[in-house]
Design a protein around this ligand. Structure first.
Ligand SMILES: Cc1cc2nc3c(=O)[nH]c(=O)nc-3n(C[C@H](O)[C@H](O)[C@H](O)COP(=O)(O)O)c2cc1C
Length: 234
């Protein structure tokens, strides 16, 4: 990881962010992602090796969950990441076992925030402005990372910042969707691109009723161009 991080920095990576939150079976079975949260000393070893390999101008950061199967090592893991030299930690407030099931335990982010002196970014289950406020209050973190909420409502950061005049209507949002399709077309087989587009629509339908209708219409389509035509007409 240190060698690859150094190479990434050479190629111009502005930040090296290490992901100790991934719950995927295929990653965990090769002792990667959230699996490592069972071994704080290994987190420390990885982070300090990566930190030492990367120029000091490039921040090394880490993302963690609250644990693998339980939360007993949450604080210890955060302290290990800090001791290893990360510039900030993003905490997804669930264990690997809790997968993506609500709730996210924001108060645990607060406990981590109290224990470390570096900035902590709060993540997990922020779908609305109200969620963002509640997460900030419970975690005492000013910094938030949005996951699925930003896929459902790409304007959520603006709403959280109080820029309600910049809300995206569906007619604006569908143009962003079509732009995404244009960027994707040619990067894989048409059926794969169509799959990606439908995947985003599945998130967008939580934020836009029009996306739910569009998804129903295009569910069986395998051609990205056809999906775009339907999107434009939606
Ligand atoms: C489709 C998808 C892909 C993701 N890929 C990554 C990833 O590559 N690296 C990462 O650190 N987290 C990844 N995550 C996790 C998110 O960054 C975030 O921690 C998680 O979704 C919880 O936040 P949320 O409840 O706001 O969605 C992914 C999540 C989703 C839904």
């Amino acid at each position: 990881m240190a060698e690859n991080a150094a190479r990434a920095a050479e190629l111009g990576a502005p930040v090296i962010d290490l992901n100790f939150g991934c719950p995927s079976k295929c990653v965990n079975k090769s002792a990667g992602g959230s699996y490592l949260l069972q071994f704080p000393e290994q987190l420390y070893a990885i982070v300090s090796a990566v930190r030492a390999a990367v120029p000091s101008t490039v921040p090394v950061t880490a993302k963690m969950r609250l644990g693998f199967e339980d939360k007993s090592l949450a604080i210890e893991n955060a302290l290990a990441l800090e001791a290893g030299g990360v510039s900030w930690i993003t905490v997804h407030a669930r264990t690997k076992l809790e997968a993506y099931r609500p709730p996210a335990h924001w108060h645990w982010i607060g406990r981590i925030n109290d224990a470390v002196s570096i900035p902590v970014v709060a993540n997990g289950e922020i779908w609305t402005v109200e969620d963002a406020l509640a997460c900030k209050a419970e975690s005492a973190c000013d910094r938030l990372m949005l996951g699925r909420g930003a896929l459902a409502r790409p304007d959520l950061p603006r709403l959280i910042k109080g820029e309600s005049e910049k809300v995206l209507s569906w007619s604006e949002m569908k143009l962003v969707f079509i732009r995404y399709a244009e960027l994707l077309i040619g990067t894989g087989l048409p059926v794969q691109v169509a799959g990606r587009l439908k995947q985003w629509l599945a998130f967008l339908q939580k934020g836009y009723a029009e996306a739910a209708l569009l998804l129903k219409e295009v569910r069986r389509l395998k051609c990205p161009d056809e999906i775009c035509v339907r999107a434009l007409a939606s």
